[in-house]
Design a protein around this ligand. Structure first.
Ligand code: FPP
Length: 255
């Protein structure tokens, strides 16, 4: 695909890594990777083939994120609602983290990427947890891109659990009700310590949040594309980053 890149300075054609220099890179990009099933259906393939192909799109996105100096990439890999899918598909989705990490962990380590997760981790199958914990452990000292997989993640569940914990801590006199504010609540979310997403991308033409980072996306810029997730690549990602260059973020104020 050829696209015009008016906001980039073109560098040496021999340079393979970072071909273009963005002037305003989002620190935190969150992505709802949607459309794997439709991608497979269009080709007469089982849905799980779409998820498998989506794995490579994940890695291409990680490469683009590291090339452009993005600090945090949060990917919606499995929602608290995805358990409703047929068992065969759920089982496959639960095996994907291991398959992805078996293939790509060496490259993640080489690229100084740190792997983390948000979501209800304890409820995952043992084999999924083991693969992810191993990756977390082996990348914990890396200080490049934070690759943050949202697995068994649901925003409402996250907020309800945070509230329960806050009530508990109030009852234990650890916090005072009058001191509860945005910052305190954020300390009880899975995303504690992370800056909010600057840019939220959703593929496949759907335009909704689907219970993803509801609190954290209060002031995020949204970018939607009809591209199905398995077809998402560096060029499409750059289109999103380019569009972000022109956004004026006012946070409710005036410019
Ligand atoms: C949504 O598409 C996608 C998912 C529920 C799974 C996301 C998983 C991947 C992108 C694979 C990579 C994952 C890891 C952990 C490396 P959909 O199935 O809802 O698509 P549809 O709306 O077209 O049916």
């Amino acid at each position: 695909m050829s696209i015009r890149l008016p906001f980039f300075k073109r560098k040496s054609s021999t340079e393979t890594k970072q071909q273009y220099k963005l002037k305003n890179v989002p620190n935190h990009v969150a992505i709802i990777m949607d459309g794997n099933g439709r991608w497979a259906k269009k080709r007469g393939l089982p849905r799980i083939d779409g998820h498998k192909e989506g794995m490579d799109a994940v890695q291409n996105t990680v490469r683009a994120a590291t090339d452009h100096g993005i600090k945090i990439l949060t990917l919606f890999a499995f929602s608290t609602e995805n358990w409703k899918r047929p068992k065969l598909e759920v089982d496959y989705l639960m095996r994907l983290p291991k398959e992805y990490l078996q293939t790509y962990l060496p490259e993640l380590i080489e690229k100084n990427v740190r792997v983390e997760t948000i979501g209800d981790f304890d409820a995952l199958p043992q084999h999924t947890k083991e693969a992810v914990l191993d990756a977390k452990e082996r990348t914990k000292d890396n200080d490049g891109l934070l690759l943050n997989f949202a697995i068994n993640y649901g925003s409402r569940h996250e907020i309800v659990e945070a509230l329960k914990q806050i009530v508990h801590d109030v009852n234990e006199n650890k916090i005072d009700v009058d001191h509860i504010n945005d910052n305190i609540l954020e300390d009880y979310l899975y995303t504690k310590g992370l800056v909010d997403p600057d840019l939220l991308i959703r593929t496949s033409g759907e335009k909704r949040l689907s219970n993803f980072l509801l609190w954290q996306c209060a002031y995020s810029e949204f970018w939607f594309t009809d591209v199905l997730w398995p077809d998402f690549n560096k060029e499409v990602f750059i289109q999103a980053l380019l569009d972000y260059q022109n956004r004026v973020r006012r946070y409710g104020g005036i410019k």
